[in-house]
Design a protein around this ligand. Structure first.
Ligand code: 5AD
Ligand code: SF4
Length: 450
């Protein structure tokens, strides 16, 4: 079998990062090996994101840049995967007829077949069908060495239908993988070198997978089971909906040491009027009370969130309510986005748009406040000891980089033999995007081995 090169460009969320790795796995038996650039690649896959208009437009401009690859004598195969493929498959083939394959997120296991068809057919082939349960059964398991921190998709799709969001349309209805499949994949990832797993799902805490005991398990129970996997030091999960945080999940935060005290819990807005319009099914006070319960269970818990500014009809009072909520909760980190009307979503039909200039101004205010909170959170770690899981060599020789429970990068002078292990680190400085520290105590065994 001849060796061929494959370049995958990933946009958007961590689910796409996970899917890109699975696509590489499924194409590997055909002789495809991953390379770092599109220039010489025999096949290029764009794994796309449809969440906001900007993300979608990037795909079409990238396709324009890639077009010359088709003019080479042997012509590369060009594939568009991900949520833009799912939502706008026909439009891609119309706007960029040189594309060979358009494949939706539920059809990746059929990529080898699509590659064969594309090499035979003139014109692009399209596969955006939706048999979601087949995807996980048919995709190969990871076989490559894993990063210290790896992703594991346990749930896909969403039934919440927030009014602004395309996910229920591009990723479809909620589907949870069975517990046994998740545990088997976790064990495999750990055997391949992972020490931290981030469980992924568009609405991950709606997880309801078939348990080995014949009953349905929630995320709390799954986390407890995964914590028993030997060699697995840390567990995280993302992204959650506040309405699906149940008592069992809070208890897992309280009782399972592997579950990290850092939670991405999007709230979107601090205004009840807007939360209602967004069909979020919770109020700002529901969110406050939930955070109180989580913090009572795990006092060192820190939070991250998502905010949308400029949702149709957002008044200045609504905007102030978001700023108030942010001040009250205090986030370690958060993302904020200007509302982007997505075709096919209910919010896109609303007439009372917020003028762009007003939305820009509000976005700046929200981002400035969130940045201030993030800086304060990072500064507060200086002079404390943090448990750090070392992930990779640093840029300077003799330095390695790890992460605190709060995902802050920490640079430390230490031998490479520390990679994949945790240690206590005394934090002595903070830079814009990372912390610097020193190992609290020497570990005689590792130092001797190094
Ligand atoms: N416009 C702006 N932001 C959006 N998000 C989802 N849909 C939109 C949209 N139409 C944001 C939400 C979500 C995050 C992943 O992206 O904040 O939590
Ligand atoms: Fe989209 Fe998240 Fe709402 Fe589901 S819960 S519709 S993924 S914003």
């Amino acid at each position: 079998m001849s060796k061929k090169s494959l370049f995958i460009k990933t946009y958007g969320c961590q689910m796409n990062v996970y899917d890109s790795a699975r696509m590489a796995d499924v194409l590997s038996p055909l002789g495809y090996r991953l390379v770092e650039s599109a220039d010489q690649a025999d096949m290029v896959v764009l794994n796309t994101c449809h969440i906001r208009e900007k993300a979608t437009e990037k795909v079409f401009s990238e396709l324009g840049r890639l077009r010359p690859l088709k003019d080479r004598p042997e012509g590369a195969i060009l594939a568009v995967a991900g949520c833009v493929a799912q939502a706008e498959g026909e439009e891609i083939l119309a706007r960029a007829p040189f594309v060979d394959i358009v494949v939706g997120p539920q059809a990746y296991h059929r990529l080898p077949q699509l590659v064969a068809e594309a090499t035979r057919a003139a014109g692009g082939v399209l596969d955006t069908e939706f048999p979601i349960d087949a995807k996980f059964d048919l995709l190969p398991e990871p076989t490559e060495a894993q990063a210290v921190s790896a992703f594991l998709t346990i749930q896909e799709g969403c039934d919440k239908f927030c009014s602004f969001c395309v996910v229920p349309y591009t990723r479809g209805a909620e589907f949870s993988r069975p517990v046994a499949a998740v545990v088997a994949e976790a064990e495999r990832l750990v055997a391949l070198g992972a020490r931290e797993l981030t469980l992924l799902g568009q609405n991950v805490n709606a997880y309801h997978g078939d348990g080995p005991d014949g009953v349905v398990w929630g995320l709390g129970q799954l986390l407890r089971r995964l914590a028993e996997v030997p060699g697995l030091h840390r567990l995280r999960y993302t992204t959650s909906h506040p309405g699906d945080v149940d008592e069992a999940l809070i208890a897992a935060h309280r009782e399972v040491p592997q579950v990290m005290p850092f939670l991405h819990l999007p709230v979107q807005s601090g205004s009840d009027r807007l939360l209602k319009a967004m069909n979020r099914r919770h109020t700002a006070d529901d969110y406050r009370r939930l955070v109180d319960r989580l913090r009572a269970a795990r006092p060192d818990l820190a939070l991250s969130s998502d905010f949308i500014v400029g949702y149709p009809g957002e008044s200045d009072a609504d905007h102030q309510a978001s700023l108030t909520l942010i001040r009250e909760i205090g986030f370690a980190q958060a993302y904020s986005f200007k509302y982007s009307a997505r075709p096919g979503t209910p919010a896109a039909l609303e007439a009372n748009r917020v003028p762009d200039a007003v939305a820009d101004q509000r976005l700046q205010e929200v981002q400035a406040l969130l940045l201030e909170q993030m800086r304060a959170f990072n500064r507060a770690t200086v002079g404390t000891t943090q448990r750090v899981l070392f992930e990779k060599p640093g840029r300077h020789p003799g330095q390695i980089v790890g992460r605190t429970p709060y995902l802050q990068a920490v640079h430390v002078e230490a031998p490479l033999s520390r990679l994949g292990r945790e240690a206590d680190v005394w934090i002595d400085a903070v830079a814009t995007h990372s912390l610097a520290g020193r190992l609290c105590q020497q570990d005689p065994e590792t130092e001797a081995a190094a």
